[in-house]
Write a protein that binds this ligand. Sequence first.
Ligand SMILES: Cc1cc2nc3c(=O)[nH]c(=O)nc-3n(C[C@H](O)[C@H](O)[C@H](O)COP(=O)(O)OP(=O)(O)OC[C@H]3O[C@@H](n4cnc5c(N)ncnc54)[C@H](O)[C@@H]3O)c2cc1C
Length: 307
Amino acid sequence: MDHIYDLIIIGAGPAGLSASIYASRYKLNHLIFGAEFGGQMNEIKTIENWPGETKISGRDLIQKFFEHVENYGVKIARESVVGISKLENEIFEIKTSRNNYRAKAIILAMGAKARKMNIPGEKEFIGKGVSYCATCDAMFFREKTVCVIGGGNSAAVVALELTDFAKKVYLVSKEEKMSAEPIWLERISGNSKIELIRKTGVLEIKGESKVERVILDKAYNDENNLKVDGIFIEIGTEPGIEIAQKIGVEIDTQDYIKVNSDMSTNISGIFAAGDITTGSNKFRQVLTAAAEGSIASSSAYKMISLK
Ligand SMILES: Cc1cc2nc3c(=O)[nH]c(=O)nc-3n(C[C@H](O)[C@H](O)[C@H](O)COP(=O)(O)OP(=O)(O)OC[C@H]3O[C@@H](n4cnc5c(N)ncnc54)[C@H](O)[C@@H]3O)c2cc1C
C-alpha cells in the first residue's frame, strides 16, 4: 500500500494494453487492472482492418497485445476497480475488489458494453435465445432461424457470422438505409440466407421457456409476429463510466468521457482512452483505441516528468 505507482491503467482491452506498451517504453512504473482480459476483442470473430493482418480473430490479436505487454515485465491484474479518490499531494487511491493502490496518474480505459433494448422479454430470455455475443453463441443456432437487431457495422458482421450456422437470418433495422460500411452491405446483399427488414423496430420478445417470436412495430409479409429461435441484439455499446463519474470526471450527454486532444480529462492526472471517450471523432475501433492509449501514456509521462 505504501508503494506509489507512476501510473495505473484501468482496462485490459486494446486501449489499456497499448497505453501499457508506451508506458513501459517511457519507463513508467505501472499496473494494469482488467475485469475481463481482452474486453470486446473476445467477441470479434475476425478483424479485417488491423494494419498488417488481413484476417485475424479478436482473441488471437489481443493475445499478441498481451504478449507484447508482458514482454516488458508488466503485471496485469484480473481485478475490478470499484473506486478512485484523490489524496493529498496529487496522489490517487485506486480501490479494487481486493486491495487499495496508489498512483500519480490514471488512464481510464474501461471501454464499453453491449447496449440493451429494454423491451419486454429481453431480460427474461437472456441465455434462452437472447444474446449480445454472436462469437460466443452462434453455434447454438445451427439450422435455426434467428434475427439480428441493428443497422450498423456490428449488426451486419453478426448477421454474416450467423449464416455459418443458422438456416435463416433476419436483419431488422429501424433505418431505411443501414449505416454499416459498404463492404458489409455488399456481402449482406450477396448472402441468400439473410433477409433484410427495413424501417422496422422490435417491440417485444415472446416465448414459453425460450424465445419463440418477436413482435414487430410494423407488419412484415402481413404479420407483426416474426417466428425466430434466437435474437442477437447489436444496437451499439454503452461506456462503463461509473467510477469516473463518482470522482467528477466530465461526461458528455451520451455518457462518454470528455477528453482533450492529449487525452487528459477535466481532472489533472486522470487521462482516458478508447471506446469510453469522446476522442477520435467517436470512431470506436481497435485502431483508434490503441492510438488513444498511446497518446494518454505520452501525456501521463509528460505530466509526471514535469512534477
Ligand atoms: C462484435 C464486435 C465486433 C467488432 N469488430 C471490430 C472490427 O472488426 N474492427 C475494429 O477495429 N473494431 C471492432 N470492434 C470494436 C472494438 O472491439 C472496440 O472499439 C475496442 O475493443 C475498444 O477497446 P477499449 O480498450 O477501449 O475497450 P474494451 O475492448 O471494451 O475493453 C475494456 C476493458 O476494460 C475492463 N474494465 C471495464 N470496467 C472495469 C473496471 N471497473 N475495472 C477493471 N477493468 C474494467 C474490461 O474488462 C476490459 O478489459 C468490434 C466490437 C464488437 C463488440
